[in-house]
Design a protein around this ligand. Sequence first.
Ligand code: TRP
Length: 458
Amino acid sequence: MNQAREHWGSRLGFILAASGSAVGIGNIWKYPHMAGQNGGAAFTLIYLICILVVGLSIVIGEFALGRKTQLSPVGAYLAIAPGSLWKWVGFLGVGSAFVILSFYGVVGGWIMNYSFLSLKGDFSQLTGNPEAASALFNSFITSTWAPLFWQLLFMMICIYVIVNGVKGGIEKWSKIMMPTIIVILVILAIRGLTLPNGMTSLTFLFKPKFEDLSASAVVLALGHSFFTLSLGMGTMITYGSYLKRNENLLNSALWVIGLDTIIALLAGVAIFSTVFALGADPAEGAGLIFVVLPSVFPQLPGGQIWGTLFFVILFMAALTSAISILEVVTAYFIDQKGWTRIRSTILFGGIITVVGIFCSLSLGGNLNITWFLGMSFFDFMDYLSSKYMLPIGGMLMAIFIIKRWSVNEFVKELHTGMNSTKISSQLVTILLSIGALVVGFIILNEIFDKLLGFPIIG
Ligand code: TRP
């Protein structure tokens, strides 16, 4: 507890680590399809507005809270509001980390297995045959041992990175993996666009189709702008707590948001140019990644290499997100309980892996845990965290800044490390209030949908 706090080695290292957390499988399997289906560039425009109005102020709020207190979530709330109930918002974040990483680790394992299958050339049997690809995927995820083996491997890599600390683990690996992701995505996008018909993807993704833009598309854009920036569980508080006081928070946050958005757009171009060039149907989520793409890649000359490159960068995107989740848990035990890094990482990384085993088994017939909402344990963990825990955490953090910390103190923290720009407290209050209201609305909308069977909007 009394050891000096670790800090990032450089500003670039911090920006790459934070954008590494933000850039995850959400950028690659959710955003492109959402944009294509909901109005192309018109959707992207709304999404950018959401990111700037809701996302930016909450990212900066988390960074500032972390840097000010030099503590991870629970400690950060306690430092500013000692003895109050606000510490529970911090605990909610640590709890969300447990829930998210348990199933994220399983998906990370699937991605590793698919990288390996592609490398071995196994996708060649799936050429142009999405049914076969779908059968392969289903039999893999519902089997007992194979997914557990890969999940274990993925979690061991996560634990290895986090045991090595902020500079020697998170920063070092983010500095290697983030540039690799960008370079390979650019190559894949060029490869896709130069295929006959590859340019169709640009129309799908970027042609403004205002007629496809519905109220529910706006709700989607809002929810996604929050999710894609990894907000609401204190990841950015934790990463901010390793900042020194001379960093410009606004500038760093803009970099993180910019990189997150650019990578989502590049992924969209890379994936859909290939899918359209080969006449496949675009799908979303796991179906796009594990079914459509494996049946499409082998049709390309050199498809084994393209497929492997794609799954390897997807693995990197998943890993840089997963380590940021594990770091929230580890940092709690270091900051609040005075544990060593190695002890807290191995113990809690291990517990999360065990919970993940249940997530994985719940997809097969062997251990059919169906929860009261009629979904598998795996889906339940996903639902609970992305629809409730994260939005509630983000909303309460914005309220905390306005009601308890005070916007003036927050703005003072923002001005530290910034030379010229003056930020107005009124503007910050307005943005944070909009952020809290909007996120609150998304939660209500979901509750309505679950209880009454229809959403308020959507
Ligand atoms: N931002 C990640 C993605 O786009 C997903 C995510 C949501 C996340 N909340 C998080 C990642 C918290 C790390 C920590 O896939």
